[in-house]
Design a protein around this ligand. Structure first.
Ligand code: RTP
Ligand code: MG
Length: 145
């Protein structure tokens, strides 16, 4: 029998307002495609408090939650569905550590983001952290997909 191909997964990537503002949307898309993943959907969006409350439900009550929501409302966001085998963990590797000062060179955050001394990490991108998160977040940001 033919070897079975692992199922392709999908993940939600967001280029956060700092990334869009700095003109880095194309650079993020370039890195996703250069790695060999496929773009299944790309749309420039404005978040709402309601959408962010659902998207960041796991962080409600944390000290950075208020500043995080304020930051995510500060400008347009590029929402992306990326597809490919292992893309959920693979994009997290491309993104690098949450804290841009600690993110390794070669990663999106390591190469392109820094600590600005603000109340929240402005770290350019979001990537879903599990299959369950990815399905939940894709349904939130792309209800028609
Ligand atoms: P993301 O969800 O955006 O892909 O990032 P992540 O998994 O690496 O980080 P997470 O723990 O889920 O935190 C969500 C976002 O909140 C901001 N944050 N700031 N102490 C801080 O200043 C702080 N901690 C978290 C970041 O924007 C982080 O990406
Ligand atoms: Mg997260």
């Amino acid at each position: 029998a033919e070897p079975t191909t692992p199922a392709a997964e999908r993940t939600l990537v967001l280029v956060k307002p700092d990334g869009v503002r700095r003109g880095l949307s194309g650079e993020v898309l370039r890195r996703i495609e250069a790695k060999g993943y496929t773009l299944a959907a790309v749309e420039l969006k404005s978040a709402t408090p309601e959408l962010l409350a659902e998207h960041y439900a796991e962080h409600a009550g944390k000290p950075f939650y208020g500043p995080l929501v304020e930051f995510m409302l500060s400008g347009p966001i590029l929402a992306v569905v990326a597809e490919g085998q292992g893309v959920i963990a693979g994009f997290r590797s491309l993104a690098g550590a949450t804290n841009p000062t600690e993110a390794a060179p070669g990663t999106i955050r390591g190469d392109l983001a820094r600590d600005w001394g603000l109340k929240v990490q402005q770290n350019l991108v979001h990537g879903s952290d599990s299959v369950e998160s990815a399905e939940r977040e894709i349904a939130l940001w792309f209800p028609h997909l």
